[in-house]
Each structure stands twice: as structure tokens, then as C-alpha cells.
Design a binder for this molecule. Sequence first.
Ligand code: GTP
Length: 597
Amino acid sequence: TPPELIRNFCIIAHIDHGKSTLADRMLQITGVVSDRDMRAQYLDRMDIERERGITIKSQAVRMPWATAEGTFTLNMIDTPGHVDFTYEVSRSLAACEGAILLVDAAQGIEAQTLANLYLALENDLQIIPVLNKIDLPAADPEKYAKELAGLIGGKPEDVLRVSGKTGMGVEELLDHVVAQIPAPKGDPDAPTRAMIFDSVYDSYRGVITYVRMIDGSLNPRERIQMMSTRAVHELLEIGVSSPEPTPTKGLGVGEVGYLITGVKDVRQSKVGDTVTSAAKPSKAALPGYTDPKPMVFSGLYPIDGSDYPVLREALDKLKLSDASLNYEPETSVALGFGFRCGFLGLLHLEIVTERLEREFGLDLISTAPSVTYEVLTDDKKSFTVTNPSEFPSGTKIASVTEPMVKAAILAPKDYVGTIMELCQSRRGTLLGMEYLGEDRVEIRYSMPLGEIVFDFFDHLKSKTAGYASLDYEPSGDQEADLVKVDILLQGEPVDAFSAIVHRDKAYAYGVLMTERLKKLIPRQQFEVPIQAAIGARIIARESIRAMRKDVLAKCYGGDISRKRKLLEKQKEGKKRMKMVGRVEVPQEAFIAALSGD
Ligand code: GTP
């Protein structure tokens, strides 16, 4: 296709505002998926995406669209809406010239609407404002068209109105895409440059690399070179997704397609890298992306210790398709052998854990999420701590810094007071507040990421009846008065329970954990003190009184089979006990204490 007839666009929206549904309608209306083959969320391929109704991976799809000026090739890129996957959004944006900004006509602008809009504007994309779900009885397009026009500049009449569900307005929207979004620009005769915007691992075909052609062209069987590593591969297949993979005779300027080279590891085909032709390589790579940095760390341990090798293999396999996943072996007194893993955020953590359990049949326990702390000691040694139990105690600490984020919260104005109170209690500093329309407010705070990864989002949702939405972006490190609180059983620290908290909150954490453990750990033959300590200073204390445990005492009478059953059960239970010093702790107690139920 000549570049004049190509339009590359994406759909950006807050979570649940209907991107995937709108994408489904476009696939149907342009005829690339027949009515018979249509299923909801067509582009969400992973089970977990379909079940949760969320998009995790970006998807590119090519569709023809006939207008009076000719038949155009539309390349649509469906992107995830969740904050953890913002890096997926930003790289998809760089492959487009325009974006449909989709807003639920019953909800209005939300936190990720703004965050994604800003990303799109940074990438100089042409924005088409669209209200979705106008079929809903609760839809108020008049009100939200004003809100949206006010946000991006323009007239409320120019805001399109569609229903991804019924298909109303979708054809007009495609006409607007052709009319308003610029055609891609590039030099067909220059040395080839194609940008990798996604790379996925397929167990049959190896890595499938998605590219957006900038200059030159790529042809089947050609030898290609990755500009960052200089590695040369032979192209086994080149094609486009429409939406099933369809081999083509090549890709030219402005086109979006996929490459298969037989490589097995996504790290060999890095997102953000430039692909060029080995015969006539380009001299300058395209500007890449910054690598996504893990923000949240957690220890993952198999509940059954003998599953450790399975976990290692499973992580190696997931890493093939998720380059943003980081892990290294770690051991814990309480939990045995496991891995310290780095994630982009809490949802990423949840999804990886769920995939490990589901796709590899593992039973896992994860430690409380932690962020990265930079510690400087008095003797000028500095190190990075991602596991609270490694936080130095005993040495004199000169300073500790923690990662900060700029958080944006959107909510109806009635909740402003509640939200400010919550943010204040999480050590937030108010940056500003703005009205978007009559009753929606955007509240901006600077907050420690460590305060958000605990249960901030849950609290925010429950205190605002679900009306508030949140987005945040990293904003550097800041010094804070942080201490490590250890939890000791009979004087022995239990590493999985150590936490790094602000000094003002240390006491509350100590009391909470000691009380929780007192309820969870069964009585032993001797008294067991449970203490919370900062260094050598005890800040909270509980104790479990001694008791002789005699399971048989419960069954008087001579029912021998019942006795045997109880003994069996106790033996089973023993296997799941972990020893902390002389104290036997059932694994369930660790799990319950960590999950905080
Ligand atoms: P993420 O992929 O998680 O970001 O969500 P999404 O923006 O792709 O939203 P999705 O298409 O999954 O839609 C969210 C919910 O809204 C689903 O329950 C849809 O059925 C519903 N929905 C989407 N579009 C419409 C619409 O036009 N009208 C109505 N009534 N419901 C819609």
C-alpha cells in the first residue's frame, strides 16, 4: 500500500471505557472478521485477558476501509488501559500518527483518560475525541462532550458519539480517521528502518516481532539486523495481522506488520530497537524507548518446597514473553527457597503470579510488596534494598531514599475531603487541584510509591463508592525517615515479616503484626514471645501461652479409626510446619499473616 492510503491509529481510554468492544465492531464493520467468527474481545488472546475483561498486551490489526477517495489500509493498535502497562501504551503510540480518545458517555473523563491523552500529545498524535456507550440510559453525551471539548480544545459538536456495543456511529468514526489522521511519512529509498513496538513469544513459532516501518522496505527471506546488538537473522516470514497472521510479499513505508526469524527469546528482539537490512544497514537507529523499570518487588515461594525447580523453569519461560519481568533466587528462613521478583506494578505482580499458578500448576506464596530503597551508611557505603530483610540493622545509616510518584486522582467533588485525608495519611503532599467541568475534580499529590503499593487503591475505591480513579508516574527519589521493623518469634527474626516503614508508622505496624501472629500461631509446648523491634529496641510485644497439645484427648471412646485419622491429619500438618528457631509455625499462618486477611 502506498503511504498516502495508510492510516495508523490507536484507541486510548480509561480502563473499561470500551476500547476492546469498539475494536471488535471495527473488525466486523470492515469485514476482516465475519459475523460468524466474531467473539467478544476478539483481540484479547490470553485467557486471563478474556476472563478479567482487561487488555494486557497491545495488538495491531490491519483493516481495509473504502471511501470516495479510494480504499485505505487502517492499522489499529489496541492498547491496555491499566497504569501498570503504560509502557505498552507509550510504545504503541510511537507507531501511530493519530489516536481515538475514547470516553465513556456515562462516566466522563477519568485518570487514565488524562494520562493517555498526555502521552499521545507528547508523541504529536492527532486526537479524535469520541464519546462511547451512547446507547446506555445513563449516558449524558451533552455534558461530557463539553467536558471533553474543554480538555482538548475545540467545540462540543466536534466530539463524535458512538456505541461500540451496537455499532452506532462507528462507520462515521472510520471516515473521520481517514480524513483527520495524517498519512505516514518516510523515505522509501533510504536504508531500511523499522521500529519494534512489540515482541511476543509463541511456543510454536518462536518470537513474533511487531514492527512499524519508517523508511525503506523489508522483504521475505531478507537478512535483517538488530541495530542495538548488530545480531543478524534471516527473515523466515513477514506478514500482517488482519487479524490472523497473513504472510505478505514485504512491508513498505508506513506499514505495520510482523517478522518471524526463529529466535526463541524476546530479549533478542527488543522492544524499542530498530530493525534494518543487513545488506544495506542504516547508520542511525530510531530513538528507542526507555526500558521499563521494575517498581515493585515481592518474594515468590512455592508452597511445596519440592516445586522450586518447576518455579525456576516457569519464570524462565514467562521471561521469554515478558521482558519486563525480573527475578533472582532468594532464600527465606520462613519460606525456604524462592525468587525475588521485580514487577512494573501491583497488577503486573498479580497477573504474573496468576499465570504461574495457572499455566504451570504452581501453588505460590508471595511476600508483601516492597519498593526499591537506596541506603547510604555513615561510612559512605551505598546499596539498593528491594527486600526489607536485607535492610541494614546495626550499622549507622546516614540516609535512606524512597521512590516517589506524582499521583492524579479524579473524582466527583463531594469526595475531595475524603481523598485528601487519605492521601495525607499516606504521607502525600498536595500539588494542585483542578475542576474538569462542573463536578469532577482532578487532585494531584506527590506520594511515596511505598505507600501506594500497599492497599491505597482499594482504600481509595471503598472511600469514594468506586468513583475515584487513579493514575501515577514515577517522579524520582526522596529522602525519608524510614526504619526497618523486624518481627521476632522467641527472639528469632522472621525474615518474611520484616518491613520498611516510616518511623511514625513503625509502632502501628509492630502492634498489627504481633497481634495478627498471636491469633495465627498455635500454642506450643512452651511460651513463645512475639516481638516487633527496630534494631535492638522492642516496640511491641505479645505472647502465646504454652500448652500441651494432645489431639487424642479430644476423642474419648474407643473409635480407633477416628483416632487414626486424627493422627494422620496431624502428621500431614507437620509436613507443612516451618521451624523458626524452636517454634513450629504452620505455613497457613505465614500465608494468612502476609495476605492480611
Ligand atoms: P480494558 O481493555 O480493560 O482497558 O477495557 P476496555 O476499555 O477494552 O473495555 P471493554 O471493551 O472490555 O468494555 C468494558 C465494558 O463496557 C464491557 O462490559 C462492555 O460490554 C461494555 N461496553 C463497551 N462498549 C459499550 C457500549 O457501547 N455500550 C454499552 N452499553 N456497553 C459497552
